[in-house]
Structure formats: structure tokens, C-alpha cells
Design a binder for this molecule. Structure first.
Ligand code: AMP
Ligand code: MG
Length: 481
């Protein structure tokens, strides 16, 4: 019985400007930590007849399947606003796996050794951050938010040097592609218009084939990417997700959430929430995510200018008008998204005020974002919801809920689709990672099982819904490089 790989590597056929041909650096003593069987089966892959030792060889890159053509991809990026040439410094693309001859997925190893893009880095990754990416990316997927996914994690049997000595690990990441805003910035920086056309055509073919023959291809492309990114950030705002490092190299053209470094979920509602230890000025704070999405899209637009119109002034005007509309599109979508969270049908001119009142109350009283919407679905009855101001607000909400006469069931149904009852709370993630680092995966598996059904209030979830301990107050995340 074969595993079922079906590689068809299109990116590796692009010219060497786009990539470096390179193999993963073999590791000393690989050991499988976790394999995502559910994801494997959706990829038509079958590992049931492969023993653990062989799996470790495969997912460490020590044993490379046939028909692969491994590469490191070139890209650039604005990191915290500063432009830098980057590239896969610790990742190798194994290849593109085709499912049913139709759906194409990048299979990438993260932590697989040095490449020509490594700069000063060791090309490696540590176990904690790779398992963290596994947990959060799978949680985001189950929340019905587009994302790269995690197929496996192996320990390398080697140590990586960070502030402490840590266990080395490799994550197998699955993505609909790894083409980023930064990929366009890299090619645009070389000022080679032929390559820029190649990249645009490649990406349109792969992600937006519907505009392949459009006369205004570059502008349509920008518009579609803007729509996708706008929808993505709306989803993050819906569940309280803070990406933490929205550099342009971490923005996928496919519209998937990518690169889980210092990301985390907000507890009490505070628009200024930042978890990343390196985000000193709150550039990527919760409420800054929409304007930063727009900023990144403007960097993407700059790359496309030469293809939008031969006349540069015209091109700039067209692109600027388009990007300037981001705010309006976002605000409309946001309002509708919150209406869904509140189970409100139709529109009322006072909706914005009603919503702002709730958000102000949550912020002022430091009330949990997720649990507040659970409370409105009759799931959480913390003391805080006995507050007089909140009860007043709730009465207004109840009155507004009657607009368009939805039944109570219909309202709850809408709310249940939009409000998670569990999110990966930071203290639960840390607890699971601590145990996993010692070789015990019980807590991690339990957490993963709960996070697979974030909209179902089944079983005893209290442990996963309760607020973080006071000791978490200054919780910080690290980039994990
Ligand atoms: P990230 O913060 O993961 O988005 O990475 C930003 C850039 O740094 C990318 O070009 C990575 O490939 C590179 N990088 C991150 N960690 C390492 C490492 N340990 N060794 C080499 N390159 C790295
Ligand atoms: Mg990155």
C-alpha cells in the first residue's frame, strides 16, 4: 500500500530568481511527535501502514519521496515597516501535492536547515513553537477561518540554541500556496518586468483563474486579494485572534492565515491588546489589524503598478482608488459580522450605537470577549453579567432582536455559527506545550480534541472556558525563531 503522494511541482519550474534548489539538511535522530490523520485523509494520504520510524524519516526530510523537487522560495517583506530581503531561511518546499488531480497543496518543512536565505539564522526551529503552530493553525481551521494547516511535527534529536538549549523540531505545513505579498515585493525589487508578469500569471492561475483572461488583470487581481484579506481580518476580529506579526512576508496571496509566531487569542476585550514581546509600539495590536491589512495591500499594489496601466499616473490613481475603499468595505463587513454575533437580523440605524455600547462596556469592565457572546447565547452566567449597565444594554439588545421577527431558535442558530464557545486560551496552550516538551502529549491531544468543535457546547468545557489565572496578566509570546 502506498502513501498516495501525487507531486506536481510547478513553482520549482520557475527560474532561479524565484528560488534556490536545496534539500532539507538531514537530522540526527528524528522521532515523530504528532501526525494529523484527519488532515492526511483529506489529502488522500494514507500513513496507516507506515511505521513510526519511517514516518519520522519522512517528516524530518531525511527520506524524501520520489517526484519531489525541493526548493527554498525567495521573498522580501516589510518587517515592522522596514523593507528587507528575506526568503525561506529555515523552510524547504517539498513539493505540490495534488488531490483528486485538482486541488493543489504546498507541502513544506519548517525548521529543515539552512538555505541561502538564512542570513545569520541556524535554519532550525524548536519543538514548543512548532507544536504551538500546530495547535493554533488547527484551531483556526476548525473555526472556519482560512489557514495553512499542520500535518506533522517531528523532533530532530538535535538541540537548538536560543536563550536556552531547546529540542529541535520540524513542522510539516500544508498551504494552498506560499506565495506572499513579500514574493511580489522581491520580484518587483529586481525590476524585471518579465518575471513580474510570470509571477502574476502564476498566482492568478493558481488562486484566481476566473480573471485569467481579463483585460484589467492586474487591477482585478488586486481587488480579489483585497477582498480575501478583508474577509480574513474580519474573521480574526470575530474570534479575537491577534496574529502578532503581520509583516508583508506573512500575508499569503491565497487569503490563508500564515506564519503562526507570536499569535494569541484575546481574553478581556481591549482593542490595544498585544501579546508579542517584540511588538513594542503595538503596530500589530488587535484593533490595528484592519489598518495594517490595508497598509500591506498598499505595498502589494505598489508591486503591481507597472502592470495596471502603461501610464504610471493612471496606474497609481486606479490602485489608490481601489485601496482607499478598503475602509468602507471593512466597516460594512464588520458591522454585519457583529450583527451575526449578536443574532441580529436586518439593519437598524441604531445598530452601530448598540454595538459600540457593548464594546465600551466590555473594555471599561475588562470583560472577556468570547464569554460575553457565550453569555448572550445563555452559555455563561458569570457574576459580571449581573452588572446593571450590562442588563440595561441587554434589554435594548432584546428589543432590537425582535426586528424582522426571527424566532428565538433562528437567532440562536445564527449566533452559534459565529461565536466560538472555546478558543485556544493561552494558559491552556502553554500547559499543553509544557507537558509535550517533557514527552507527554495527553494534554495537547485533549486540547486539540476540544478545539476541533469550537462551536459546539458539548460536554464539560468549563475548564477551557474559564478565565486565565491572574498570573497570566502580562502574558507575552515570542517569535520562536
Ligand atoms: P518569520 O518571523 O518566521 O516570519 O521569519 C522571518 C524571516 O526570518 C524568514 O525569512 C525566515 O525564513 C527567517 N528565519 C526565521 N527564523 C530563522 C532561523 N532560525 N534560521 C534562519 N532563518 C530564519
Ligand atoms: Mg514568515
Amino acid at each position: 500500500m502506498t502513501i498516495g503522494w501525487h507531486f506536481d511541482n510547478t513553482y520549482s519550474k520557475l527560474s532561479n530568481t524565484f528560488k534556490e534548489n536545496i534539500k532539507p539538511t538531514p537530522v540526527h535522530d528524528p522521532e515523530l511527535v504528532i501526525l494529523n490523520e484527519e488532515l492526511a485523509s483529506t489529502l488522500n494520504l494514507n500513513f496507516s501502514k507506515t511505521d513510526k520510524k519511517k514516518l519520522a524519516e519522512i517528516f524530518s526530510g531525511n527520506s524524501i519521496p520520489e517526484e519531489t523537487n525541493t526548493i527554498a522560495q525567495a521573498y522580501a517583506g516589510h518587517q515592522f515597516g522596514h523593507f528587507t530581503m528575506l526568503g525561506d531561511g529555515r523552510a524547504v518546499l517539498l513539493g505540490e501535492h495534488l488531490v483528486n488531480n485538482e486541488n493543489r497543496f504546498d507541502i513544506q518543512f519548517k525548521g529543515s536547515g539552512r538555505t541561502s536565505f538564512s542570513r545569520g539564522g541556524d535554519g532550525r526551529a524548536a519543538l514548543g513553537p512548532m507544536l504551538r503552530e500546530y495547535i493554533i493553525s488547527e484551531a483556526i481551521h476548525s473555526l472556519n477561518i482560512p489557514t495553512t494547516r499542520s500535518l506533522a511535527v517531528v523532533k530532530t534529536g538535535e538541540k537548538v540554541v536560543r536563550e536556552n538549549l531547546l529540542q529541535g523540531a520540524i513542522l510539516t505545513r500544508v498551504a494552498s500556496s506560499h506565495v506572499r505579498v513579500g514574493t511580489f515585493q522581491y520580484i518587483a525589487a529586481t525590476q524585471n518586468i518579465e518575471n513580474l508578469n510570470t509571477l502574476v500569471d502564476y498566482t492568478i492561475n493558481r488562486h484566481y483563474p476566473e480573471i485569467k483572461n481579463s483585460k484589467s488583470k492586474a487591477l482585478d487581481f488586486l481587488n480579489l486579494v483585497m477582498e480575501k484579506q478583508c474577509q480574513l481580518v474580519i474573521n480574526w476580529m470575530r474570534v479575537g485572534f491577534i496574529h502578532g506579526v503581520m509583516n508583508t512576508d506573512n500575508m499569503a496571496i491565497s487569503g490563508e492565515t500564515i506564519d503562526y509566531g507570536p499569535c494569541a487569542f484575546m481574553n478581556n476585550y481591549d482593542p490595544k491588546t498585544v501579546f508579542s514581546s517584540i511588538d513594542k509600539f503595538g503596530r500589530y495590536a488587535f484593533s490595528n489589524q484592519p489598518p495594517i491589512t490595508k497598509w500591506n495591500l498598499a505595498r502589494f499594489a505598489e508591486c503591481l503598478i507597472p502592470l495596471i496601466d502603461k501610464n504610471e499616473d493612471n496606474a497609481i490613481k486606479l490602485a489608490t482608488d481601489l485601496i482607499d475603499n478598503f475602509q468602507n468595505i471593512y466597516e460594512d463587513k464588520w458591522l454585519n459580522m457583529i450583527r451575526d454575533k449578536l443574532g441580529l437580523f436586518g439593519e437598524d440605524k441604531n445598530d452601530k450605537n448598540l454595538i459600540n455600547e457593548l464594546f465600551d462596556w466590555m473594555e471599561k469592565n475588562k470583560v472577556d470577549y468570547t464569554n460575553t457572546f457565550c453569555h448572550l447565547m445563555n452559555i455563561n452566567s458569570d457574576e459580571v453579567y449581573k452588572n446593571k449597565d450590562f442588563i440595561n444594554w441587554k434589554n435594548k439588545w432584546k428589543k432590537r432582536s425582535k426586528l424582522n421577527n426571527p424566532t428565538k431558535e433562528k437567532q440562536i442558530e445564527l449566533m452559534k455559527k459565529n461565536n466560538p464557545v472555546v478558543i485556544p486560551r493561552n494558559h491552556k496552550v502553554e500547559e499543553a506545550l509544557d507537558e509535550a516538551d517533557k514527552g507527554n502529549l495527553d494534554k495537547m491531544n485533549k486540547l486539540l480534541n476540544v478545539l476541533r468543535y469550537p462551536y459546539s457546547n458539548n460536554g464539560n468545557l468549563y475548564e477551557f472556558q474559564k478565565l486565565p489565572p491572574a498570573s497570566e496578566k502580562n502574558y507575552k509570546t515570542f517569535c520562536g525563531t
